[in-house]
Design a protein around this ligand. Structure first.
Ligand code: BTN
Length: 321
């Protein structure tokens, strides 16, 4: 409902309460109430007795209508669930993903301004104050479960591209899913799924980008290793624009992936890699291995060359150094 009123307010410089009431099929009092609601959300609207209402400025909130207004995708982001604050967009997305038969469609987005219990990989907490982009995408790919790491790598490439398009900043990918700028983490990706032996039931790709966040809003222990686009640029950027670009690129790359064209995506991943060619230590859960990161294979696995020249294939792990 509020979405419609925003649309009409945007169409003209001034629009009368009566015209709005007519277009929306509601009373003038109801229009007034909606206008108050928008003002409370941060929309600046002036009311002139003779001319009516005029939209002066919009807040940088991730309201679905704002995102969808200039979103040129076929299905990614066509349905958006927006929350000022929830525990975790991934948790919410996983609950919704189960209900495909109730109309949850591929590309549905869960977005929050803040997360009170954001989830990182390996059960870690993901600090998610206002100003960041915290979103999850629900997917139903007809791909084998072995494609999951490729979806994560693809998403990392899309984030690097979106950052570059929006800010001109070059970022790098630390395998499998950290996006770094100047050696500090600016984005993390958490891919979760439900699968059977040979089919994926659903995938939730959670993306957290530190956009308009002051360094001092990171807790002490994270501060050393995290950064935000605002800190690097010295100014805030439009999160709505960034999401639109991200979603458009995401759909393009996801379509390629679904057509099993991963080679070109992998090529790009390697171009942005922070990991390849480095001597690293990887925590594989049950053990640690050290060696040189020499390749990422077609499955998205990291190939490590140990001191004794033995090659190890790592599908899941965390690089410690
Ligand atoms: C990591 O690097 O550890 C992954 C971090 C992923 C964070 C995002 S923010 C949006 C989505 N919701 C969550 O709870 N987590 C992911």
């Amino acid at each position: 409902m509020t979405g419609n009123i925003i649309k009409f307010l945007r169409e003209k410089e001034y629009i009368s309460g009566e015209a709005l009431a007519q277009k929306l099929g509601i009373s003038r009092v109801a229009v007034w109430k909606q206008i108050q609601g928008l003002k409370d959300m941060g929309y600046e609207i002036i009311a002139n007795q003779n001319l009516g209402y005029c939209l002066v400025s919009r807040p940088d909130l991730l309201i679905p209508q704002e995102i969808q207004r200039r979103l040129f995708t076929k299905y990614i982001g066509k349905e958006i669930y927006y929350y000022p604050e929830i525990k975790s967009t991934n948790i919410m997305a996983k609950e919704k993903a189960l209900h495909r038969e109730d109309g949850i469609i591929e590309g549905t987005l869960i977005i929050a301004e803040r997360q009170s219990a954001g989830k990182g990989r390996l059960g870690r907490e993901w600090v998610s104050p206002a100003g960041g982009i915290w979103l999850s995408i629900i997917l139903y790919p007809q791909l084998p479960p072995s494609y999951i790491p490729r979806i994560t790598l693809m998403t990392a490439v899309v984030v690097v591209k979106a950052i570059k398009i929006c800010t001109q900043i070059e970022s790098q990918i630390k395998w499998p899913n950290d996006i770094l700028i100047n050696e500090k983490k600016v984005c993390g990706i958490l891919t979760e799924m439900s699968a059977e032996l040979d089919i994926i039931n659903w995938v939730v790709v959670g993306i957290g980008i530190n956009v308009n966040i002051d360094d001092r809003n990171f807790p002490e222990d994270i501060y050393q290793n995290a950064t935000s686009l605002k800190e690097i640029l010295g100014k805030e950027i439009s999160r709505v624009k960034m999401i639109q670009i991200f979603l458009q690129e995401f759909e393009k790359y996801y379509e390629s992936l679904k057509s099993r064209k991963f080679s070109s995506i992998l090529k790009e991943w390697k171009l942005y890699s922070h990991t390849l060619g480095r001597k690293i230590k990887v925590d594989m859960g049950e053990r640690m291995v050290m060696g040189e990161a020499i390749n990422i294979n077609e499955e998205g696995a990291l190939i490590l060359k140990k001191e004794d020249s033995e090659l190890i294939k790592i599908i899941s792990g965390t690089i410690l150094q």
